[in-house]
Design a protein around this ligand. Structure first.
Ligand code: C2E
Ligand code: MG
Ligand code: MG
Ligand code: MG
Length: 278
């Protein structure tokens, strides 16, 4: 049809767009049942202490196994959940699931393993958030100091005063707070200084090109120095090579995360239920 108006390029675009819109609608509809049908599960990625090289925490990352489409990435379905108000029930489910898995691994392996969990901006606005967090901790038995919630800069900068109130209330529960994907948003450490934070996670885009750019090393060194100066720990995301790991360690980052150190995996692969302490 579009061809009649000239140009096959247009027709391709049409088909492509229609397919994407259809997929969007189907997935959004199916996501409504995903929790109940047990299609959502949590993968865990190791967070490694760069001095001792031991796994000190795991980041919980949501996964959706769709019966027809297979694995759908959180980059695709989290935005759908945010648009459709599903993010709050899904987020609460994720917290229950992840805290109970980590609590079980701590128990079985006698480890002081911590959990990092992502919060979307919409969850920060939910008045029930504190209850959801408290319930997850109480039901799982995970001590509050072993939980750290990750928030992006932009979620805070939309309404810094409201965010500060929520973060302060969360911190009163005894949990830790991290800024996720730092460097991709529009905030500065000077602004973040006022917030009750514990950790800064430097975005993967800064780490990927390390080694090919001296400039980038200076930037990352600066972020590390400033974060330490205001009392924050620093985690580097997206370490994919031994060379990146070496640079990141030299630059003074405290912890690291990335495919080179460990990919997201089911908890039982990381900490097998039958194996002993590791
Ligand atoms: P994020 O919180 O920044 O999580 C890190 C992402 O980087 C994960 O992607 C992880 O698999 C990926 N990653 C880790 N190491 C490497 C590496 O070495 N190289 C590369 N290329 N990638 C690496 P994933 O699992 O696809 O998650 C994407 C995003 O979806 C997360 O980014 C987070 O913003 C969001 N997300 C995931 N789970 C949840 C959740 O339970 N709640 C909310 N609100 N958002 C979530
Ligand atoms: Mg994260
Ligand atoms: Mg991140
Ligand atoms: Mg990221």
């Amino acid at each position: 049809k579009a061809k009649a108006h000239g140009g096959g390029r247009c027709a391709f675009f049409d088909v492509d767009l229609r397919k994407r819109v259809q997929r969007h609608m189907v997935l959004e509809q199916d996501l409504r049942h995903a929790v109940r049908r047990e299609q959502l599960w949590v993968a865990f990625q190791p967070v490694v202490d760069l001095r001792t090289e031991s796994t000190v925490a795991v980041e919980g990352l949501l996964r959706w196994w769709h019966p027809l489409h297979g694995a759908v990435s959180p980059g695709e379905f989290i935005p759908l959940a945010e648009e459709s108000d599903l993010i709050n029930p899904i987020g609460a489910h994720m917290l229950r699931e992840a805290t109970s898995r980590v609590a079980a691994a701590r128990e079985r392996h006698d480890l002081d393993l911590h959990l990092n969990a992502n919060l979307s901006p919409r969850q920060l606005e939910d008045p029930r958030l504190q209850d959801h967090v408290q319930q997850a901790l109480a039901e799982s038995g995970l001590p509050s100091h072993a939980l750290c919630l990750e928030i992006t800069e932009n979620a805070i900068m939309q309404d810094p005063e409201a965010a500060t109130r929520v973060l302060t209330a969360l911190r009163e529960l005894g949990i830790g707070l991290a800024i996720d994907d730092f460097g991709t948003g529009y905030s500065s450490l000077a602004q973040l200084r006022r917030l009750p934070l514990d950790i800064v996670k430097i975005d993967r885009t800064f780490i990927t090109d390390l080694g090919s750019s001296d400039e980038l090393e200076v930037i990352v060194a600066g972020i590390v120095a400033m974060a330490h100066a205001i009392g924050l720990g620093v985690v580097a995301e997206g370490i994919e090579t031994a060379a990146q790991l070496a640079i990141i360690r030299d630059l003074g980052c405290d912890q690291g995360q990335g495919y080179y150190l460990g990919k997201p995996a089911p908890m039982d692969w990381l900490f097998p239920p039958t194996a002993g302490r590791r």
